[in-house]
Design a protein around this ligand. Structure first.
Ligand code: COA
Length: 176
């Protein structure tokens, strides 16, 4: 496993590698267990996680996506960020994803990883716009994105089902 760049004390970020499947599986499934405010709430299997990883590595090699995995000193995956280019008329727009493990939040990891993935989206993918959507109730994420220069551009009413209720989806973007 490569060491990566220290983005916060004791947290090292690098691109994913083949062999990261088991760590990725544990990390993403922990977010599902937590019922985090993410659009995906279905657990992965070792096979589906491996497929996700192979797809991600293919897109990275093709210059269509950038992904960062952040590990602690013990090699446990603690945060991920990705930016993926759209296609055709959206090929200048990168969709962003970001998650930090519950035990490592409020230490600046999310912000550091977000800033890096935005920089990579601009320089490596040539993206002009970064975009994402967030649950209206996800105040930590909205504060992080607003503080990083994202603007709220729209709201889709009731598009997300969360804990038995329909939640609004806030659309946010930032010029790169
Ligand atoms: C949203 C998330 C990525 C933030 O990561 P983090 O590492 O805790 O964020 P940071 O420590 O870098 O915080 C950066 C800024 O975000 C805001 N923020 C983060 N957590 C916050 C909270 N609980 N309440 C209010 N603001 C918060 C603050 O403005 C903070 O800056 P500050 O510490 O100087 O006040 C993290 O909470 C997470 O992974 N949540 C679950 C998954 C998720 O919601 N992902 C986003 C989906 S769109």
């Amino acid at each position: 496993m490569g060491a990566g760049i220290e983005i916060a004390p004791g947290i090292f970020a690098r691109e994913p590698e083949t062999g990261d499947g088991p760590e990725a599986l544990e990390f993403f499934n922990s977010l599902v267990d937590e019922d985090a405010m993410l659009s995906n709430n279905e657990k992965n299997t070792p096979e589906s996680e491996e497929k996700w990883l192979v797809d991600a590595l293919t897109k990275i090699s093709a210059g269509k996506a950038v992904v960062l995995f952040a590990f602690d000193r013990k090699g446990k995956l603690k945060a991920t960020a990705q930016a993926e280019l759209g296609r055709g008329r959206r090929s200048h727009v990168a969709t962003i994803g970001l998650s930090v493990s519950k035990d490592k939040r409020r230490r600046g990891i999310g912000k550091a990883l977000l800033e890096r993935i935005l920089s990579d989206a601009k320089t490596k993918l040539g993206a002009k716009i970064a975009t994402l959507s967030v649950f209206e109730e996800n105040l930590p994420a909205r504060a992080l994105y607003s503080g990083t220069g994202f603007s709220e551009e729209g709201k889709r009413m009731g598009h997300l089902l969360y804990k038995g209720k329909y939640s609004n989806e806030i659309l946010m973007s930032k010029s790169l």
